[in-house]
Design a protein around this ligand. Structure first.
Ligand SMILES: NC(=O)CC[C@H](N)C(=O)O
Length: 359
């Protein structure tokens, strides 16, 4: 079946549908990971977005039961060069086509994803509509122009838990505030013996402290961090009372809570090989990324915050550290999945912080 992607600037890409059918709108972004499509599809931070994969063959190792980063897929659409119909893998549970059908996600294959990515890199991330049911190009472009921007959609409540639940563990109790948390954050904390209390996105600071946690993790999540003012308030009230680690959206929320500003990047960072330098140790790590917003370094002047990590491709802020308090955060994904595990030391630093050994 023929399908189309129309961008708000009038550019059209035509290919073939796989997965579900119909029409979806969203912000069109690209991911440069060569593997990890299942983790991308199930990372709640992609909610509201149509994801373009730059690696030309997608689906070749299938979909595995153990590799989900959340219970379902929150992407609005999935664009590839070639969809593999005959995956090969001893762990395989199903094909990407059947997974996307079940998840109600439209896939679009046969697209020149290199040309599409170069377009997005030149002109920036933009809105788009993916459709299997029309040949009316003009109407589709109009719908892309008129669909909501990512900012203002308040996506966190659509992906995050509203009720607390606990993963038992023999070690320290960590409150993980869930803005759309990836499973691997929980796995990384469990591997370090933590008891993980997953708390709702709109929990108050008082409620967090009543859990008596040894530390708090602010999770990743979708959308613009300024769309969740209640979370910024909670983070602000927690600073100084408990060790805190922020990851991705959690890092941006923590930055805003400490007085920094955030901005929308031209096309963001999404992939598994971004070089990030730890400015405290001088070491460079290859890291996993998925973000379209960033903390503005200029806005940090005069605050009790330093830049702890920097992206070596474009010099953007990749980590923050409070000058005096046990509070720090990273913009990228120390939990990996997909991508390298090189940055798991961030969780070890958090463990040290909780035991008062301060990194
Ligand atoms: N992975 C994340 O937590 C993403 C954070 C935020 N939604 C951004 O795009 O910048």
């Amino acid at each position: 079946m023929q399908a189309m992607l129309a961008l708000e600037d009038g550019t059209i890409f035509t290919g073939e549908a796989f997965g579900s059918t119909g029409e979806r709108w969203g912000e069109v972004v690209f991911n440069t990971g060569m593997t990890g499509y299942q983790e991308v599809l199930t990372d709640p931070s992609y909610c509201g977005q149509i994801v373009v994969m730059t690696y030309p063959l997608i689906g070749n190792y299938g979909i595995m039961k153990e590799d989900f980063e959340s219970k379902r897929s929150f992407v609005r659409g999935f664009v590839v060069r070639e969809e593999c119909r005959h995956p090969s893998n001893w762990r395989l549970a199903e094909t990407i086509d059947s997974f996307l059908k079940k998840e109600n996600v439209i896939g679009l294959s046969g697209i020149d994803t290199r040309a599409l990515t170069r377009h997005l890199r030149s002109f920036g991330t933009m809105r788009g509509v993916i459709s299997t049911g029309t040949n009316d190009v003009q109407a589709l472009v109009e719908r892309a122009k008129n669909c909501p921007q990512l900012t203002g959609q308040e996506l966190v409540p659509t992906v995050a838990t509203t009720k607390s639940y606990t993963f038992p563990g023999p070690g320290r109790r960590v409150a993980l505030i869930d803005f759309g948390a990836k499973q691997n954050i929980i796995r990384c904390l469990q591997e370090r013996d933590c008891e993980v209390v997953v708390a709702p996105y709109n929990i108050t600071a008082q409620e967090v402290m009543s859990l008596n946690p040894a530390g708090v993790v602010l999770s990743n999540g979708p959308g613009d961090p300024t769309d969740v003012p209640y979370a910024i308030k909670t983070a602000r009230e927690l600073v100084g009372h408990v060790p805190i680690l922020g990851i991705c959206l959690g890092h941006q929320i923590l930055g805003l809570a400490m007085g920094c500003k955030t901005y929308k990047m031209k096309f963001g960072h999404r992939g598994a090989n971004h070089p990030v330098k730890d400015l405290i140790t001088g070491r460079v790590y290859i890291s996993s990324h998925n973000h379209g917003f960033s903390v503005d370094e200029e806005s940090m002047r005069g605050l009790d915050v330093i830049v702890s990590h920097r992206n070596l491709n474009d010099d953007t802020v990749e980590g923050l550290k409070h000058k005096f308090l046990p509070v720090f955060s990273v913009q990228y994904h120390p939990e990996a999945s997909p991508g390298p595990k090189d940055s798991e030391y961030i969780f070890d630093q958090f463990m040290d912080m909780m035991t008062g050994k301060e990194a």
